[in-house]
Design a protein around this ligand. Sequence first.
Ligand SMILES: [Zn+2]
Ligand SMILES: [Zn+2]
Length: 556
Amino acid sequence: MSERIFIGVAWPYANGPLHLGHVAGAYLPPDIFARYHRAKGNEVLMVSGSDQHGTPITLTAEQEGKKPGEIATYYHHQFLDSWQKLGISFDLFTTTGTANHSEVTQDIFLTLLDRGYIYKATMSQPFCPQCQRFLPDRYIEGTCPYCGFSGARGDQCDNCGKPINPVELINPHCRLCGITPQFKDSEHFFLKLSAFGDRLLGWVKQQTRWRPNVRNFTMRYLEEGLRDRAITRDIDWGVPVPVDGFEAKRIYVWFEAVIGYLSATKEWAKSVGNEGKWCSFWQGEVKSYYFIGKDNIPFHTIIWPAMLMGYGDLNLPYDVPANEFLTIEGRRLSTSRNWAVWLPDYLSRYDPDPLRYLLSINMPETADTNFSWREFVRRNNDELVATYGNLVHRVLTFVYRNFNGCVPMTGEFDSHSRALMDKAKDTLNTMDGLLYRCHFREAIRSAMSLAQSANRYLDVKSPWKTIKEDRQAAANSLYAALVIISCLKTVLYPFLPFSSQKLHEFLGFKGSVEDDGWQLHFPSPGQGLLPPEPLFSKLDEELVEEETSRLGHVRC
Ligand SMILES: [Zn+2]
Ligand SMILES: [Zn+2]
């Protein structure tokens, strides 16, 4: 029976280009997951969009002398281009700047206000006497009271991931002029998170499928006790507060962006001409997954669930497979210091699959992992080209030349050949279970282990030699190898969609590899092959030094 899977993906701030940390943390994993479920025949909806609001955008605009909307639109188009080139297969990638998103946000705001989960109170807000303005969130910086990190912002510490109140910052200063702010009273709306503590704790305790890092972080956070949080700001960029007297304020981004999962679903339903269809991904038998980086955990395991509980009748997250961080050449990634590999820059010079491969086999699922250009070249050359690509290429070219461009006729298989083909079935089943549980790294490793087994098998059988004395024996072993290759194009499809589709066609299959489903397709003897080309290209060792020297200098 087919399942319904909702995949919510973190909303990137439209204030700068994406980098490999974003891809490894939050964008590649949901794409692998979505492609796998679609191939399984499940009903999938994967949505996200660019986050156009919030101080990351207004601050960038102010620093560059532009309007926030200009910045947001520019990066939104760049994101769309990157998704297309990298093969991130969103069903909808929208923005928080739509009228639809405002309506859905205001509806949730007013409903929670009506039920007493949102209330009005006066709070002390940082105000810069020099700039004559309030300093929400990123406009103020200081030292984190929890971990001592010196670049903590007024809303969150990027080092320890904890949300912060600006009053808690040690040595706070204005990001625009650098002076120490004063604190001034301002009236705001608060989300009554404290009302959800017990319910959240009970709910989180049941989530035994969550990754330990996600569950432990959330439990610690809940055990410390939840505090109510202000959800409006003294800014003029964002979703308007639908209450009289609050015209000069906006609903703040951390309350509003998570609502994007719901508003995007509603937008998608309208776009497919069935406005009511959004319910089928938010109510009843649906599993909702949220793919995010670890810095986003509390927003998806505490704040968004609390908002959903308060609103009622909508599904809570089923799983929140948050990833750890990716370091670059052993150092913490830093966008301000350009210590990053920018995605548009990568995609302008290299193919998508080698990057998808490296970030999958080295995915920061349970601990931080490192990206280095040396490893990129090594894994491309030794694994993608030598283990997988060569297996495919030598088998397909040999069969194509010696069997009139067709899959050979088979005779009786020996036990060695049967064992290899059984391993293909086992791999398909093992990977099914691993992908279902979001264990992507282990899954791709078992696919590569199948490719290695096929290489060892061919070394023993050497059909290139036996064809001279026993044509049927050569045909049998080549057929067994073709079965493995056919299995690999299916199981590697979620990870390497571009090369899998090519291989699907080389093998003489029609349509798309995804539509053919998650099963082992035995090529039919006599089936016509396409003239094969190499799936991957060897990379020059020299690029390691060139690329490494660009780090810290190239801004995308
Ligand atoms: Zn901290
Ligand atoms: Zn200032």
